[in-house]
Write a protein that binds this ligand. Structure first.
Ligand code: C2E
Ligand code: CA
Ligand code: CA
Ligand code: CA
Length: 280
């Protein structure tokens, strides 16, 4: 029995060891990927649900790995956060998407907005990782009003002081803030009031269940009407069916995003999508 236990321990420890090596390899690759520009940004349209036209894009990062193919952000963002690489990746996504936004705004879409995800690790006391974004906006001649920065609900708890300071600074530059994945974290409605939030994004798990019945319908309706009473706009993410879109429209949800309208698109395809959204 002892022997068996021992060999089991060996097996377990070997796979743990293997896992560690895999992670180290992936991290090494990620470091190179950042340097060698294997990362790129895709853009998912966000529609005004009343007019059915594109008013924003969400920038989402992708990694085209030489051997492993496309790696999802859910796999490498946590690794980037642990290793500090998230700072460089966040800068890359910001600059790339703002550059693209400036092109779109100059060609027939002057009111378009770019929504960009941020990680709690980018927020520190002095704003040293984020404050230089303002000069990039100036350089690209993109006003702060054209930028929406998404933060997840969970990060507010961990990092309230730094985040609220940074949000004030964003506000000074006209930048708006969206609370992402709303409803999934340990949400406190008090945050909505205390912090300067402009938009909430209802998590796709609530949208997915909209077809299934009264409970999530009641939840969505309540979230939307509460948000409106607090003067916040609402984005519903993960809309996949026409029924979901109709229900959300009936609840006066402001904006929608999801496979029903479009998957995240390359800059080229997003340009075509924009063109079709506003026929001449
Ligand atoms: P998120 O911010 O909640 O982004 C929405 C995710 O839902 C995206 O997954 C998007 O492709 C997916 N999605 C959009 N419409 C639908 C739909 O109709 N149905 C379903 N099932 N899914 C839909 P993606 O691109 O794989 O990103 C996953 C997560 O990775 C993001 O979740 C975000 O937390 C993180 N992420 C992505 N890009 C960045 C980035 O540039 N910076 C940071 N910090 N995080 C990022
Ligand atoms: Ca997001
Ligand atoms: Ca989300
Ligand atoms: Ca998320």
């Amino acid at each position: 029995a002892k022997k068996q236990g021992r060999s089991r321990w060996c097996l377990f420890s070997k796979s743990l060891h293997q896992e560690m090596l895999d992670r180290q390899k992936l991290l090494k690759d990620l470091r190179l990927a950042v340097k060698n520009q294997e990362l790129f940004v895709v853009y998912q349209p966000i529609l005004d649900l009343q007019t059915q036209t594109v008013c924003k894009f969400e920038a989402l990062v992708r990694w085209q790995h030489k051997e492993r193919g496309l790696i999802a952000p859910d796999t490498f963002i946590p690794l980037a956060e642990e290793s500090g690489l998230i700072i460089q990746i966040g800068d890359f996504v910001f600059k790339e998407s703002i550059k693209q936004l400036s092109v779109w705004r100059e060609t027939r879409h002057p009111d378009l907005i770019m929504s960009i995800n941020t990680s709690p690790f980018q927020y520190d006391e002095a704003g040293k990782h984020l404050n230089h974004w303002y000069s990039y906006l100036e350089e690209m001649q993109v006003p702060g009003q054209a930028v929406l920065l998404e933060i997840t609900e969970n990060m507010l708890i961990r990092n309230t002081q730094n985040v609220s300071r940074q949000l004030l600074s964003f506000r000074d530059h006209g930048i708006n803030v969206a609370l992402d994945d709303f409803g999934t974290g340990y949400s406190s409605l008090a945050y909505l009031n205390e912090l300067d939030i402009d938009i909430i994004k209802i998590d796709k798990s609530f949208i997915r269940d909209l077809d299934k019945g009264a409970a999530s319908q009641a939840l969505c309706e309540a979230i939307i009407s509460m948000a409106h009473k607090l003067n916040l706009k609402v984005v519903a993410e993960g809309i996949e069916t026409q029924e979901q879109a109709s229900v959300l429209s009936a609840y006066r949800c402001d904006f929608g995003q999801g496979y029903l309208f479009a998957k995240p698109l390359s800059a080229y395809d997003a340009t075509l999508f924009l063109r079709n959204s506003f026929p001449q």
